[in-house]
Design a protein around this ligand. Structure first.
Ligand code: DWN
Ligand code: SAH
Length: 390
């Protein structure tokens, strides 16, 4: 597999880095993870193209999380809020605007620079145990540590959790959210599996890993973002008993078969079937002379395109709003990426919704496409064309 966010400059495709994408499940701690993670520095660097603020729904989601984080600080004197993977400042900008002490820890210069401009103090670093100790030395303990869609990106999860344990004040909380493995399983979202996602977290696995580092999982609340996420709250062990929600999620995970080997084999079979159905739909439409494009040059699309061998013969181009992706080719399958403002100038007959997690926002905005006869194609949770043709 190529790297999901390594969009290719035309003419330089021969230099593409590839790696073996393979997932394993640990019978002991329940963690689902990549067997051969790619070095983080290869993925997160000064040309990392993903900026969190591409979605108005996500901007609102993080504004609300910032408000909740501030509310939890209650009467603490001069509290410190640390965010791991602060990207373009989508969350910390609200903390900074309130004049609160804060620090983003973010290795990708491309996005950290955007956060700087919003007044967010950002340390260019990969969060780990030693960086956490340095932050503690320089700034003191953190009353709140927050992280979204990044803990699953860290190959050395133990080091990250040990870092949190060092940095967190005695009364502090660590709140993080990640795509929920049970949701990935239920919707057969194989496209969530790619290089940047090293672990696929569940309530059971997080509880086990937290325990090993003197932390306890005290709450877990489902979130609608990224196609189904879970927000975990950790505190130093022994501070508070877990919310009943934790036990409810654990029971549901057991019922879903997260502890049974057969569940994982069945997932692969469903993923293979779905990929074949998706590919044959595209082939049938192409054979009928239809023009097909993609919408959203997501990191996720890398897996479904490369696993299905779907290239520019089937999908002519992908429209995306991220300037850094424009004029480039998608990793591996080399489909040209065009600005999303061009979509309405040359509507295709069908548009594959690669950013399916932003369906409401995108389909709501692009109503004219459907009004003029265009149709969306989705492949999660099933392959479907919508709205159905009359
Ligand atoms: O975990 C990760 C998540 C948070 O973001 C990272 N490893 C990488 C990235 O994954 P992704 O690329 O699959 O995320 P999204 O949020 O599904 O990507 C949206 C893509 O779609 C962006 O390239 C922008 C584009 N887009 C667009 O063209 N028009 C998005 C929206 C909402 C739009 O209206
Ligand atoms: N929190 C944002 C960004 C998620 S994308 C959101 O939810 O939208 C993942 C981000 O984590 C990238 O900006 C990447 O550069 C950063 N990252 C990756 N490994 C990291 C690590 N070890 N420490 C801190 N940030 C990391």
């Amino acid at each position: 597999m190529p790297l999901a966010d390594a969009f290719v400059e035309p003419g330089s495709a021969s230099e593409e880095f590839t790696y073996q994408l393979q997932v394993a499940w640990c019978r002991t701690c329940g963690l689902v993870q990549l067997t051969d993670p790619v070095s983080p520095a290869r993925m997160f660097h000064d040309a990392y193209p993903y900026t969190s603020s591409i979605s108005t729904v996500m901007m609102e989601h993080f504004r609300t999380l910032a408000t909740e984080t501030i509310a939890r600080l209650d009467s603490t004197q001069d509290p410190l809020v640390v965010e791991v993977g602060s990207n373009d400042g989508i969350l910390l900008r609200h903390i900074a605007a309130r004049g609160l002490r804060h620090l983003g820890v973010e290795p990708s210069e491309s996005v950290a620079r955007v956060a700087d401009a919003l007044g967010v103090t950002t340390r260019r670093a990969f969060f780990c145990e030693s960086v956490a100790k340095e932050v503690l030395e320089e700034h003191g303990p953190a009353e709140a540590i927050v992280a979204a869609n990044v803990i699953s990106h860290i190959p050395n999860l133990s080091s990250a959790l040990a870092g949190v344990r060092h940095l967190l004040s005695k009364t502090g909380t660590f709140v993080f959210e990640e795509p929920y493995f049970a949701a990935i399983l239920e919707s057969t979202a194989i496209d969530q599996i790619y290089d940047e996602h090293v672990t696929y977290l569940s309530v059971g696995a997080v509880a086990n890993c937290a325990d090993r580092h003197g932390l306890s999982l005290v709450d877990a609340v489902a979130q609608p973002t990224h196609g189904g996420s879970m927000r975990y709250t950790l505190q130093r062990a022994g501070r508070r008993s877990p919310s009943p929600r934790v036990a409810e999620h654990l029971a549901r995970e057991a019922a879903l078969g997260l502890k049974n080997e057969t569940t994982y084999g069945a997932f692969k079979e469903r993923a293979d079937l779905r990929t074949r159905q998706f590919r044959s739909l595209l082939e049938d439409l192409c054979a009928r002379g239809m023009r097909i494009a993609g919408y959203g040059a997501t990191a996720k699309s890398c897996t479904v395109l490369n696993y299905g061998g779907i290239d520019a013969r089937l999908i002519q181009c992908v429209y995306d709003s991220t300037p850094a992706k424009h004029g480039k080719l998608t990793p591996g399958m080399h489909i040209p990426v065009k600005p999303s403002r061009d979509f309405c100038k040359e509507y295709p007959d069908y548009a594959v919704l690669f950013a399916w997690n932003h369906e409401r926002e995108i389909v709501g905005r692009e109503r004219e496409f459907v009004a003029l006869g265009g149709r969306w194609i989705a492949y999660v949770p099933d392959v479907r064309v919508f709205p159905p043709s009359l």
